[in-house]
Write a protein that binds this ligand. Structure first.
Ligand code: SAH
Length: 206
């Protein structure tokens, strides 16, 4: 796959993800926040991810500034990146529809917040962050550049490591035993394989 095609596919997927995000952000706008835990550090990390997921890849696509940091990958990796990105978009969309009115871009509990344990959330606790990891991998495979290609993974890692324990603590404070039990059945971004298998088997019996 040529470099121009890779960049074009990246851009289409990139625009699709942001369109999904804006659409769902509008839907929850009216829903009141009752517990917000956004710290200065979280804001700094959010800004870093914004650089890595938004600014740097766009600079890489539209300017020659990062050309000195380009790397070569075999042709097929472009196709693999495309498949991974499309899968990430599917996960991203589905996690938004599963979370519905309970979604927030940051650490927040909303009025009448419900714990979602269905859809993707019956297998993993963080499907949206799983989608972000896949998006980061797709970016490496589609933008062949040490700066604009890797920027997502590098900026998302500290965000993920800080955010997930805090988010889970917030959910434990809000839902107590119900969330603790939920964590025993689910993985963070990778399903607990035995539990998932037993769910599939019981589905196929019905
Ligand atoms: N970490 C999840 C959700 C990201 S959105 C994922 O990756 O899919 C972040 C917000 O979702 C948090 O502020 C929290 O209020 C909410 N949240 C996270 N898990 C939830 C769940 N299982 N049910 C309801 N709300 C949840």
């Amino acid at each position: 796959m040529s470099e121009v095609t890779c960049k074009g596919i990246f851009l289409i997927c990139f625009i699709t993800v942001f369109a999904i995000r804006f659409y769902f952000a509008r839907l929850v706008k009216q829903n009141k926040v009752v517990d917000g835990r956004v710290s200065a550090l979280e804001n700094l990390l959010l800004f870093l991810t914004f650089l890595g997921m938004f600014i740097l890849p766009l600079v890489g696509v539209f300017t020659p500034w990062f050309e000195f940091a380009a790397y070569d990958l075999p042709d097929w990796t472009g196709w693999l990146g495309t498949v991974v990105f499309i899968f990430a978009i599917g996960l991203f969309w589905r996690s938004h529809t599963d979370l519905g009115q309970n979604w927030s871009a940051s650490l927040e509990v909303r009025e009448n917040h419900a714990l979602i344990e269905t859809g993707l959330y019956q297998y993993i606790r963080h499907p949206m962050y799983a989608a972000f990891w896949l998006w980061g991998i797709a970016q490496v495979l589609l933008l062949h550049n040490w700066i604009s290609g890797l920027s997502y993974l590098v900026s998302f890692l500290p965000m993920y490591l800080l955010r997930v324990p805090q988010e889970e603590q917030m959910m434990i404070d809000t839902f107590g035993q119900q969330y603790l039990e939920y964590t025993t059945r689910t993985g963070r971004v990778i399903p607990k394989i035995l539990f998932t298998l037993s769910r599939f088997l019981s589905f196929s019996k019905e």
